[in-house]
Design a binder for this molecule. Structure first.
Ligand SMILES: Cc1cc2nc3c(=O)[nH]c(=O)nc-3n(C[C@H](O)[C@H](O)[C@H](O)COP(=O)(O)OP(=O)(O)OC[C@H]3O[C@@H](n4cnc5c(N)ncnc54)[C@H](O)[C@@H]3O)c2cc1C
Length: 391
C-alpha cells in the first residue's frame, strides 16, 4: 500500500496505515533488536516502500509533502511498536532530510534528498561533541577556509544513525555543524561518507535504552570540503534552533507512543489479573495509575497536536511550546511506563510484556535533543524576557 493517496487531512487513515506497518513489521522483532543492540537498516527500505521516508519532503524531491502533524503521528505510531526505530527514523527524516530541505541549496536538495528517500542511504545530524552537549556553542570541531576549500577537523559524539551496521561505515549523508576557526561562528555542511578523512570513531554500545538505534562517534581528520558541501557559512545558529523545534516535537511524539503502549498494556493486564479474588482494576491504587496516565496522556497529546497543526515547516515561532511539549511528554513517557511496570508486578520487570524496554527507552527523551534542565532554563528565560507576556 502506498501512502501517497492520503492527503494532509486524512490523518486518521495515515495513522491506521502506519499502525499496521509498525505492528506487522516492527513489533514482533523489537525485543530481539533490543537484546542484540542491532540497528536493522532494512527497515528503512520497508518504510520507503510505503512512502514513510518522505512524509515532510516536497513531491519534487520524491516525498509526500504532508504536514507536521502527519509526521508526528508517524513518529508516535512507530514508537508504539519500537521507540528505537522511531529515534532512528527521527534522525534520518527530521534531523537530516528536513534540515536539508529547509536550509540547503537547490543543487544540494536535488543531489541528496531523493537519495534520503530511497531507503538505502542513511542520514544523520551531528551537533553534539564529547565536551559540548547542552553548551553547544563551545563545540570544538573546526573548519578552516583555505582558498575555496574547507578543512574540517574534530569529532562528534552520540550521533544517532552515525554508523551503518553491516559495513561499519559512517552514515551515508551527514548534516554537520562546525565552528569557523577564524570567526568562531557556526557553519553547517552536508557530507557523504565517501569523503576521505570522515569515519566512525567508535560505536557507542551498552546503552540503557534505544538500543536498536545506532549511536556513534564520528571523526573528521582533515576532511577537505568544497563549496558544494556548505549549507550556510557562519550563520547556522538560526537554522539549528529552527530544526530543534521540530526535533523536540518529534521526540515528544515518541514519548506519546511510549505512554500509549504502556497505558494499553496496563488496561489489558488489569482486566484479567486477579489478586485476593479481585481484578486489579478494582483497586484504587491501580485506578490511580491508569486514570492519571490516561488524563495526562490526553493533555499532552492535545498540546502536541494543537502546536503541530499550527506550525509551518520553516517556522521560528514555537520555541517555548516545542520546549514545553518535549518536557512534559518526556516525563509522561517515563512515568507511564513506570506505572505499567508497577501494575504488572514481576511480569512488568521482564521482557515478555515489553514495558521494561519502553521504560528504558523513555529515559533518553529526558536527555537527547535538549535535557529537561536545559528546556526548563529556556522556557523560563523566554517567559520572563517579555514584560508583556501574560498567559
Ligand atoms: C542515545 C543518544 C542519541 C543522541 N543523538 C544525537 C544526535 O543524533 N545528534 C546530536 O548532535 N546529538 C545527539 N545526542 C546528544 C544529546 O543531544 C546530548 O547528550 C544532550 O544534549 C546533553 O548533552 P551532554 O550529554 O553533553 O550533557 P551535559 O550538557 O554535559 O549535561 C549534563 C547534565 O548537566 C545538566 N546541565 C547542563 N547545563 C546546565 C545548566 N546550565 N543548568 C542546569 N543544568 C545543566 C544537564 O541537564 C544534564 O543533566 C544523543 C544523545 C544520546 C544519549
Amino acid at each position: 500500500m502506498n501512502l501517497k493517496k492520503y492527503l494532509e487531512k486524512d490523518h486518521s487513515e495515515l495513522r491506521s496505515v502506519v499502525k499496521k506497518f509498525a505492528n506487522d513489521q516492527l513489533f514482533s522483532t523489537s525485543s530481539e533488536r533490543d537484546r542484540c543492540e542491532n540497528f536493522d537498516e532494512t527497515i528503512f527500505l520497508k518504510m520507503k516502500n510505503i512512502g514513510l521516508l518522505g512524509v515532510l519532503v516536497p513531491e519534487c524531491y520524491g516525498g509526500l509533502n504532508l504536514d507536521i502533524l502527519a509526521s508526528m503521528i508517524v513518529h508516535e505510531e512507530i514508537a508504539y511498536a519500537d521507540p528505537s526505530i522511531a529515534l532512528s527514523y527521527l534522525a534520518h527524516c527530521i534531523l537530516c532530510t528536513n534540515n536539508i530541505v529547509i536550509n540547503a541549496s537547490e543543487k544540494q536538495k536535488q543531489d541528496l534528498v531523493p537519495k534520503l528517500c530511497d531507503g538505502i542511504h542513511i542520514g544523520a545530524m551531528a551537533m553534539s561533541e564529547a565536551d559540548a552537549g547542552s553548551d553547544i556553542m563551545s563545540m570544538n570541531t573546526k573548519v578552516r577556509k583555505v582558498n575555496n576549500k574547507y578543512h574540517l577537523n574534530g569529532s562528534k559524539m552520540w550521533i544517532t544513525n552515525g554508523m551503518i551496521n553491516k559495513s561499519k561505515l559512517a552514515c551515508h549523508i551527514l548534516y554537520l555543524y562546525a565552528k569557523n576557526e577564524d570567526t568562531n561562528m557556526i557553519s553547517s555542511f552536508v557530507i557523504e561518507n565517501t569523503c576521505p578523512g570522515f569515519y566512525v570513531g567508535q560505536k557507542i554500545s551498552n546503552k540503557l535504552g534505544m538500543r536498536a538505534s545506532s549511536t556513534a562517534e564520528l571523526v573528521f581528520d582533515d576532511c577537505v570540503l568544497s563549496e558544494d558541501n556548505i549549507v550556510s557559512e557562519g550563520s547556522s545558529i538560526r537554522n539549528m534552533m529552527r530544526n530543534l523545534q521540530i526535533e523536540r516535537l518529534a521526540l515528544a511524539a515518541i514519548g506519546l507512543g511510549i505512554a500509549k503502549f504502556s497505558l494499553n498494556t496496563m488496561i489489558k493486564y488489569s482486566r484479567h489479573r486477579k489478586t485476593f479474588s479481585n481484578f486489579l482494576h478494582n483497586y484504587g491504587q491501580i485506578q490511580r495509575f491508569i486514570a492519571n496516565s490516561y488524563s495526562e496522556y490526553m493533555a499532552c497529546k492535545s498540546y502536541l497536536y494543537a502546536t503541530a497543526k499550527e506550525m509551518k515547516k520553516d517556522d521560528f515561532n514555537f520555541r517555548v511550546d516545542s520546549d514545553s511539549i518535549k518536557l512534559v511528554c518526556a516525563k509522561l513517557s517515563k512515568k507511564v511506563s513506570d506505572y505499567a511496570i508497577q501494575t504488572l508486578g514481576g511480569y512488568g520487570y521482564i521482557a515478555e510484556y515489553h514495558v521494561e524496554r519502553f521504560w528504558r527507552d523513555a529515559k533518553l527523551l529526558e536527555i537527547g535533543g535538549g535535557t529537561n534542565e536545559i528546556l526548563q532554563k529556556n522556557i523560563t528565560r523566554d517567559l520572563v524576557k517579555n514584560e508583556n507576556n501574560t498567559l
